[in-house]
Design a protein around this ligand. Structure first.
Ligand SMILES: [Zn+2]
Length: 99
């Protein structure tokens, strides 16, 4: 992951990586500008689920994104509607004649 120093905007080089759990990584970057010398940490975190895992880890809890939740809800509605018997429009209904 390319980074620039937030102070002088020169290229920063990746110095080391720290795993801080299953969902978080921390990268130590050093600014390449010798007149700056800034060293800083960049965090990379798993934020939201877009498509749920087919082999979920029971110890991992990642919130589902709002967009993915709506997509899942719409899919469930479509599947529920498809399982219902098809409604016949009123103009196509056959009326029984009274004797
Ligand atoms: Zn710098």
């Amino acid at each position: 992951m390319k980074m620039n120093c937030p102070h002088c905007e020169c290229v920063a080089r990746l110095h080391s990586l720290h795993a801080a759990g299953l969902l978080l990584r921390e990268y130590v970057y050093c600014c390449s500008n010798p007149y700056c010398g800034h060293t800083f940490i960049v965090r990379s975190e798993v934020g939201y689920t877009l498509t749920p895992s087919k082999i979920p880890n029971p110890n991992v809890h990642i919130p589902i994104s709002v967009r993915a939740a709506k997509r899942r809800e719409n899919k469930e509605k479509r599947e529920a509607a498809a399982s219902l018997p098809e409604a016949v429009p009123a103009h196509q209904q056959v009326r029984k004649k009274c004797a």
